[in-house]
Design a protein around this ligand. Structure first.
Ligand code: FES
Length: 111
């Protein structure tokens, strides 16, 4: 099992979960009740699975594909540590990964 730590957008809450190798970060987050929509279910047609990877962990991830980088350009609140959770498969190298939820964004009506 591989440990993943989720940090809320405001940094106030941290939860550590364990998940099997090969599982996608998006599913792990959703199973834990983290607020990630993942609307397209990994088809690279949304950016609602955007997460922020802890700076000290970022280089442990494989590089994003060009397609992922293009989608990240559309993500609200993207930073240099942004990734799409649907594109990250858990491997033993990622044990202890810390993942922060992005700042909440508002829709066109300001909700
Ligand atoms: S779920 Fe849509 S790009 Fe990740």
């Amino acid at each position: 099992m591989i440990r993943v730590r989720f940090v809320s957008a405001d940094g106030a809450e941290t939860r550590e979960v364990q998940a099997p190798e090969g599982e996608r970060l998006l599913e792990i987050a959703q199973n834990d009740g983290q607020p990630l929509e993942g609307t397209c279910e990994g088809q690279m047609a949304c950016s609602t699975c955007h997460v922020l990877i802890a700076a000290e962990d970022f280089d442990r991830l494989p590089s994003p594909s060009e397609e992922e980088e293009d989608m990240l350009d559309l993500a609200m609140g993207a930073t240099r540590n942004s990734r799409l959770a649907c594109q990250i498969l858990l491997t033993p190298d990622l044990d202890g990964l810390t993942v922060r939820m992005p700042p909440e964004h508002r829709d066109m009506q300001g909700r």
